[in-house]
Write a protein that binds this ligand. Structure first.
Ligand SMILES: C[S@@+](CC[C@H](N)C(=O)[O-])C[C@H]1O[C@@H](n2cnc3c(N)ncnc32)[C@H](O)[C@@H]1O
Length: 272
């Protein structure tokens, strides 16, 4: 296989990465045959998956705009992925150019492309890290330069926490971030669920496991995702299907009904 020059030497292009498969679903070009194969396999089982990815991105945009409206001017986006359209800094800085954003991802291609995109933006940067390294991320040069932890922060974990298995205790990880943030901060997350897709979602998780990807998906119920918001006060309408979280227009909703419900989405406020 010919390696493109945008592919870091350390990247194993024979196993899929969720960052690249998701890039494919959003119409991006930074993916390989293995990534497209797994995405298409799951899409054949649950047609409309690409619409689901777009519904998630639309929720991300609404959540960021909501937080900016609440006065938040700095963001920590964990599991930010390969840059696409309407990234967090574009949405937030589009409203107020003073907004600052720290992205975090463990995928080398997501990091390499984010670095390129942000080269001329002195108010946004990316940290390559596993989200479990809470102290390392918060103490990184990028976070120290861009985030003031005495001021409200918008913490985002979009389509992220289902990559954290129960044995890693995702609730404790979210709590560790929450405890580092001052009152008035917000947390937004979207998370896959099997509640509306029955066996298909579990089958998708098995397909990803069989693919050899290091990203392994844990499907959770509404109650389990809700528990990840412990210690936050959920803003209206609570934890709902992604397209049901304050939709503002037709672009926020899919005409494939399952894709509006496949992901749970919510925004919570840090209370003390
Ligand atoms: C499906 S993408 C979501 C991208 C973006 N947040 C969005 O919603 O459009 C999930 C991202 O989480 C990243 N990820 C998964 N597990 C991670 C971990 N333990 N630490 C950091 N990033 C992780 C993956 O590399 C991938 O880029």
């Amino acid at each position: 296989m010919v390696r493109s020059d945008w592919v870091p030497q350390t990247v194993d292009v024979s196993v899929p990465s969720i960052a690249r498969a998701y890039d494919f679903m959003l119409g991006g070009a930074h993916n390989f045959a293995v990534d497209r194969e797994i995405a298409l396999k799951i899409d054949r089982m649950m047609p409309g998956l690409r619409a689901g990815a777009r519904v998630n991105r639309a929720f991300l945009g609404r959540a960021v705009r909501f937080m900016v409206d609440q006065g938040v001017r700095q963001f920590l986006d964990i599991g930010s992925g390969i840059p696409t359209v309407s990234n967090v800094h574009e949405v937030a800085q589009g409203i107020d150019p003073e907004c600052r954003v720290v992205y975090v991802d463990r995928d080398p291609i997501a990091v390499a492309h984010s670095e390129l995109m942000l080269a001329d933006n002195d108010r946004a940067a990316i940290v390559r890290a596993d989200m479990r390294d809470v102290a390392g991320i918060l103490d990184s040069p990028q976070a120290r330069r861009l985030l003031d932890l005495d001021q409200p922060v918008g913490l985002l974990m979009m389509l992220m926490l289902h990559w954290i298995p129960d044995e890693w205790d995702p609730g404790a990880l979210v709590a560790a971030y929450r405890d580092a943030l001052p009152a008035g901060s917000y947390f937004a997350a979207s998370h896959v669920s099997a509640d509306h897709a029955g066996r298909s979602m579990h089958r998708a998780a098995e397909m990803i496991k069989d693919s050899g990807s290091r990203d392994q998906m844990t499907v959770r119920s509404h109650a389990e995702v809700l528990a990840l918001f412990d210690g936050f006060e959920l803003v209206e309408p609570g934890l709902v299907g992604c397209a049901e979280w304050r939709p503002g227009g037709p672009g926020d909703v899919s005409d494939v009904p399952l894709m509006n419900m496949l992901l749970y989405a919510g925004v919570g406020r840090v209370i003390r």
